[in-house]
Design a protein around this ligand. Sequence first.
Ligand code: SF4
Length: 360
Amino acid sequence: MQSAPYSTESNLVLRVKDLKKSVVLKTGSSVSAKKEIDLVSGVSFELGQRETLGVVGESGSGKTTLLRALAMIAPPSSGRVELNGNVIFDNGKVQKFRRGQVQMIFQDPDSSLNPTMKVKSIVAEPLVPMKLGKEEVRDRVDHALENVGIGEGLVEKYPTQLSGGQKQRVSIARALAPSPSLLLLDEPTSALDAAVQSQVLNLLRDLQSKLNLAFIFVTHNIFVARYMSNRIAVFYSGQIKELGPAEKVLIEPLHPYTSTLMAAFPIPDPNARNILKSEIIGEAPSIINPPTGCTFHPRCLYVENKCLTEVPELRNIGGDRYTACHFAEEIASGNKSVTRAGPTVEISPTQSKDQISGLP
Ligand code: SF4
């Protein structure tokens, strides 16, 4: 079980303690042939107002499952979730939870916006369960659209009449209408072209500051994660492998998995350590039969016997940095040699800034 890793100084919005999401899969033809599979396990963190936790990791690492669990779309299996000081999930059950408090924004607005509804109806949709008067609904819709820069000329349009950027702005307006305190953003700009992506990212940052929102921002793009996040959680096999301030995690990764992830996205920062980073080897682990001990051990260049049998806890290794590796200190200080041959790549700290395509 991973420990609660972080306490924020700002006003606390979200506290997640030992969250687990599991599913039961049939493993054979008999009725009893079933196995419980953990999609996300032992996840703990806290999040404050105006704070963004970036969540990075490969496909299938549990990032979207975490968001869906926190939105109570597919509630957790166990653990505890507090929102603004109120328990919304505990003892295996959803407690007092108003869906509008937590809103999710999806990657592809084409599939998340109903093509048969006009913009104004789409934005008003999440207000229906709140049973508000007509005037308040109209005010909230107008205000949300104004906040995202969608003018009156578009409110009677259908999604198919909008550009990709306009559609995602409508998605954001719909999320804002019920006045949430937490936005869960699942790759919200990856379907947009670079120039529009930059505009939407800046809009989100402005809205966060203006409305005191907390964000959890899932992305495959390390540069986007760096631009948007205060802290970053690195996900692997449904667990947090590293957690800490975005700059530190990305420029001086502590966990071998973070290093391999970063090898695909060299950070163009003159302060980045010019270390030899390994390219990731092998396949992502099976969720049905995950590796024993450290789930990264089949791919880790530093693996030791201990890693095959003992699960590394997410632990504080100084300051505000947390990692789940038995040998993090030795690896970071250069005092541990690789124990397995693998492909490597030299990372230069002087990459061109042009590599951050689409970002300001
Ligand atoms: Fe690698 Fe062992 Fe650390 Fe896991 S615990 S990341 S296998 S060195």
